[in-house]
Design a protein. Sequence first.
Length: 283
Amino acid sequence: HFFNWRSTMLKKTRLVALTSLGLFLGYCALQAADDKINTSVDTDKHTSTTTPATSQTDESKAIDMKKLSEAFGNFIGRNLQTPGLSFDLEGIIKGIREGAAGQPSPLNEKEYEEMMTAVQEKAFKEMSSANLNSANEFMVKNKQESGIVEVVPGKLQYIVLKEGTGATVETHSSPKINYTGKYLDGTVFGTSEEMGGPITIPLDQTIPGFSKGIVGMKEGEKRRLYVHPDLGYGTTGQLPPNELLVFDIEAVKANSDEGKGRQGADSDSDNDGDDDFFLEKKK
């Protein structure tokens, strides 16, 4: 389930993914080189038995390996821009060349893993601290904005975007909602639209910020929640550590029978629905 970590090691997914990406891309680069050689050999054999017209057609379809290589390098470079990780670009280029030439690495496998783990842990702590400071500053400033209602001082706020007139969402209920989840910078990390429409969320199984923030909504109401990491996931979960979460919620139905027995059903289901990021964090 994309937004529901099942182990504490997954809290570093974004950082570990970068390392895995490097290994994967390295393999792809070597594979591409082999394919290029094989393609050249096959082309030579094919050219000797085909007409000029056919050869021209093959040439027009040929892959520009120079451009592809540059684009490949550009992709790697863009993915090196990860908060908390400052790789030495020249060192990476040197390592790629030496590795491709079959030269030994400056670190053995154990040394590499220990050093990379230390760097990841340092980056994770720095990201956690920066995000927490941003969340605290935002909540203080946002409280002064017109229309903001503070449910939990410094931890949970909301603003009504559209009034509702139907039944009211109560505690322990399972409302059916439409939602859009965003980070503080506006990046969207999940929507009900991606799930195929409104989803039903048992409030007893959600993070505190969400369950407390949605209670009191009326059917048809649209509300924007601002959830501090202390009432969200903190440094757990598959979202960035200590990230402030912003939810745009529309209450479709105050309580839906679809939420009953959901937890038990999920444990036996192969459905990896993204709505699981709403589930309460494990301590």
